[in-house]
Design a protein around this ligand. Structure first.
Ligand code: PXP
Length: 252
């Protein structure tokens, strides 16, 4: 069996987003709970990546958290950020293993849609170069639409993260099936164009398995559902339970 075929059979890597540990901390503007301590627990339980989002309004993760995560946690750190100069400067200074560029609106509760890669193509292409010059891999968070996949590949980005929010929100089985088919198509298109494929947003213990079963998806990034479960069972157990659900891939 070729290496490529083997990699499609192994389970996707799990990136755990620790933003909402910082959300709880910021509720009292104190020191705890500490996202770095949570990240270490995630890694002990088998997380392959730690993810955090430095939002422009610093509502949860602070630049200091990114710096401490970068210095303490020994798995690659994936920093999500918008194209805003201030957060780009922080990322270039702190040099996480990878960055994921996301659209951001001040009022939203969480990242609502994917990046409009075609609209911002020139700026994104410049950012890809800037980050890659510092050995930082670049991913774009996009809706699973071919135009955005093509533009992402043309920009020189290393990776794409497919927004699973519409799939996660679909209630009717036919709608969910259609959203999953769209994710599969976009994942295949991205892989064919040489992009590493990640997926995330709104994934939880009930809906993750079909996305994990998509052979082209090499990485899942999950935050809210794991941290919410951790309130009751602890961070390590919550991560272990998620890992168990993405372990096995039924034949496609
Ligand atoms: N991937 C990206 C690019 C995100 O912006 C987020 C939310 O911060 C996630 C994954 C994780 O989403 P959720 O918290 O719904 O699991």
């Amino acid at each position: 069996m070729t290496r490529a075929a083997l990699s499609e059979l192994s389970p996707p890597r799990l990136g755990v987003n620790v933003d909402h540990i910082a959300t709880v901390r910021q509720a009292r503007l104190g020191d705890s709970p500490d996202p770095v301590e949570a990240a270490l627990a995630c890694v002990r339980a088998g997380a392959d990546r730690i993810v955090c989002h430095l939002r422009e309004d610093h509502r949860h993760i602070q630049p200091r958290d990114v710096e401490r995560l970068r210095g303490t946690v020994h798995v690659p750190l994936n920093l999500e950020l918008s194209m805003a100069d201030e957060v780009v400067a922080v990322a270039l200074r702190l040099r996480p293993a990878s960055v994921t560029l996301v659209p951001e609106r001040r009022q939203e509760l969480t990242t609502e849609g994917g990046l409009d890669v075609r609209r911002h193509f020139a700026r994104l292409k410049r950012l890809v170069k800037q980050f890659q010059n510092q050995q930082i891999a670049v991913s774009f968070f996009i809706d699973p639409i071919e135009d955005h996949v093509i533009a992402t590949a043309r920009s020189g980005a290393n990776q794409v993260e497919l927004h699973t929010g519409r799939y996660a929100r679909a209630v009717a089985p036919a709608q969910r099936k259609a959203e999953l088919a769209q994710l599969r198509r976009a994942a295949q298109q991205a892989k064919r164009r040489g992009l590493l494929v990640a997926a995330g947003h709104g994934l939880d213990y009930h809906n993750v398995a079909p996305v994990a079963a998509l052979r082209e998806v090499a990485e899942l990034n999950i935050g809210f559902s794991i941290i919410a479960r951790a309130v009751f069972v602890g961070v390590e157990q919550a991560v272990r339970e998620m890992r168990a659900l993405i372990q096995r891939r039924p034949a496609a």
